[in-house]
Design a protein. Structure first.
Lengths: 141, 487
């Protein structure tokens, strides 16, 4: 009889913990981002990306597909893990709606390119480009 | 040396150095609330990490959860273990929450007898190493924060139901890591004078100090079942100092000793028994040692080539089975081959009367210094090369709250140059190698007094193989990728 009560109490406490954990996990879900109004296509060379200097080319277009000119694009490169300092660069408009920047991947692994875009009307956009598996370059040991 | 300069036995000069005798520090440790005082800052830090991990930047290099967990916490942990002892368990924030919860929920159950060993915690240790690689925990503030939350919940569940320090002794993977690593620490919680304990009748260090009439415990005794007069070494000791507070004779100190000396001996140990008869402890030592190499292997370039090759051989694109195979090889196949062969050769050459399995169990503890050297080298690499990144990440976190009183983030701050850190890494690996050679030779001398060299050579070969593998790993270019199977 006593054992039965003990088991019931054990089950009650376990159920309580799981309910609390579920509520906590639901309450901490991330907000969904709004759909982009500006399309940004990117291209990185060399392919596959390697340690060392690289070029990123960005094509900006509005919702109707027309190239977007006169945007300011600040670029930040980060590794996917902690302990590395980010790199910074500015993309220059090479052709209408086509921007280029020189980047430096300092070590092999996963990288992230963050784009901080300011449109001519002052609208600010943020985009993230994941660059998976940058390979060791010729100079890395 | 002048004979007069050699201290005589039983004089104060011959006694080990005692941290409890250091002015200030001793007073602090003797204070009953020393532990909560040390735990509170770490609890606040844990809550900040959880908050920033869940709601802060999604990029690992900009988040306090990932930066503090995978760079600073691990680095400081192994360095404190190397230079002092298991002081992280003393300041463990999870135990502070547990203590608070136990004011409301008194545990009523004893930890199941079948689980009173290290097998369950070994499984959790391996599971954490596996999920770290599979889900790239190092790159996810979100999952890192949830790992910390899961830890808090696990502590509350386990110690909410089960009496004593069941979580610390039988569950906690970080605790098991600390227990094994602290066998190499220079300090140990120990009785100062055995004869004082012989005369003691109350045994408060294990029973707890009690009120004379009601017999209620007012100061807890050791919750990990370590009876101080027969406690040997740091295994299973959380440095909680409950015994120090409970001892009515002020006879327990934090004494200096030769690091790894407890691995060279095989006396019966309170709360543990004989090391040489504990297969679960030997398995923990194996996971600790070979897991160190495996964990480092996961961050260098060759692992991706191995994964792609295995994926093609098995015709699979998913990482789980491939990673499972790599873990099986590193944590089961390789140790069984190396340790088994060395034990067999020891038996054959040195004529040891023990069977192969007991020999393997006995000598496995000799590999722990090598494993710790590898953990030290690996974690110190991340810690030292990213030492200053905590500054801009903290500046960024505070600036994001709208009050940048620490200034704008100085992202150019990183850490020590990799080539400088590499020298430190090689030094730590050499230290581990030397430690393993010393321990295994000592075991060989004890095991085969007539032919110690014959008993020692197979284990020296194992140590050399593991050391060369460690060196090779540390000289590989670091490459931390999430998409191993993408080719």
């Amino acid at each position: 009889m006593f054992e039965h009560f003990r088991q019931q109490e054990l089950a009650r406490r376990l159920a309580g913990f799981f309910c609390a954990a579920t509520l906590l996990s639901v309450g901490c879900s991330r907000p969904v981002e709004s759909l982009p109004l500006v399309a940004i296509e990117h291209e990185i060379s060399p392919q596959p990306p390697r340690v060392g200097p690289s070029t990123v080319t960005l094509r900006l277009a509005d919702a109707t597909g027309r190239p977007l000119t006169g945007a300011r694009i600040a670029i930040e490169t980060d590794m996917s893990h902690a302990g590395m300092s980010p790199g910074f660069a500015e993309a220059k408009e090479a052709e209408t709606g086509r921007y280029k920047a020189q980047l430096e991947f300092q070590m092999p692994g996963d990288w992230v390119i963050l784009l901080h875009v300011t449109l001519p009307d002052g609208t600010k956009l943020e985009r993230q480009i994941d660059v998976r598996g940058v390979r060791p370059g010729a100079q890395s040991n | 040396m002048n004979p007069s300069s050699i201290p005589a036995l039983d004089t104060p000069e011959s006694l080990p150095f005692d941290l409890m005798r250091v002015p200030g520090l001793g007073h602090l440790f003797r204070w009953r609330y020393a532990r909560p005082l040390l735990q509170t800052p770490l609890l606040i830090l844990s809550l900040v990490m959880i908050g920033h991990g869940l709601f802060g930047p999604t990029l690992a290099p900009k988040n306090l959860a990932t930066t503090l967990s995978w760079l600073h916490f691990r680095g400081v942990l192994v360095l404190v273990l190397l230079c002092a002892g298991n002081f992280f368990c003393l300041a463990c924030p999870f135990m502070l929450v547990r203590q608070a919860a136990r004011r409301f929920f008194k545990p009523r159950f004893n930890w199941p007898r079948a689980l009173r060993n290290k097998w369950f915690s070994i499984a959790l240790f391996v599971l954490i190493l596996f999920t770290y690689e599979l889900f790239d925990l190092w790159s996810s503030p979100w999952w890192t924060a949830w790992l910390i939350v899961a830890y808090f919940l696990s502590v509350l569940v386990v110690d909410g139901f089960f009496k004593h320090a069941s979580f610390c002794k039988f569950v906690c993977p970080i605790g098991q890591f600390n227990f094994v690593a602290s066998t190499l620490s220079p300090f140990e919680v120990k009785v100062r004078e055995q004869n004082v304990c012989t005369r003691c009748h109350t045994k408060d260090c294990i029973r707890g100090r009690r009120e004379p009439v009601s017999d209620l415990v007012t100061i807890r005794g050791c919750e990990l079942a370590l009876f101080l007069p027969s406690k040997v070494g740091n295994m299973d000791c959380t440095f909680c100092l409950d015994c120090v507070h409970a001892c009515p004779h002020d006879n327990i100190g934090i004494l200096s000793r030769l690091p790894a000396s407890e691995l060279m001996l095989d006396p019966i140990r309170s709360g543990i028994g004989y090391f040489s008869r504990r297969k679960d402890l030997a398995a923990l030592a194996i996971v600790f040692t070979f897991g160190a190499l495996l964990n480092a292997f996961g961050m260098v370039s060759p692992v991706y080539a191995v994964e792609i090759w295995l994926g093609r051989m098995l015709h699979v694109r998913h990482e789980t089975p491939v990673l499972g195979l790599i873990f099986t090889f590193f944590l089961i196949v390789e140790p069984v081959l190396l340790v088994g062969l060395a034990a067999w050769l020891t038996r054959a050459w040195a004529g040891s009367p023990r069977a192969v399995l007991p020999l393997a169990v006995r000598y496995t503890y000799g590999l722990v210094p090598l494993g710790f050297g590898m953990w030290l080298a690996h974690y110190c690499f991340h810690f030292l090369t990213g030492l200053y990144t905590l500054i801009p990440v903290t500046q960024n976190a505070i600036a994001s709250l709208g009050r940048p009183f620490l200034g704008q983030p100085r992202w150019n701050l990183t850490g020590l140059p990799a080539n400088v850190v590499q020298v430190v890494e090689i030094g730590l690996l050499a230290l581990g190698f030397a430690g393993s050679l010393l321990v295994t030779y000592s075991l060989a001398e004890d095991d085969s007094p007539d032919k110690p060299l014959r008993a020692f050579l197979p284990w020296a070969a194992v140590c050399l193989i593991l050391w060369c593998a460690s060196l090779w790993l540390m000289l590989q270019p670091m490459e931390m990728r999430a998409t191993m199977m993408s080719g």
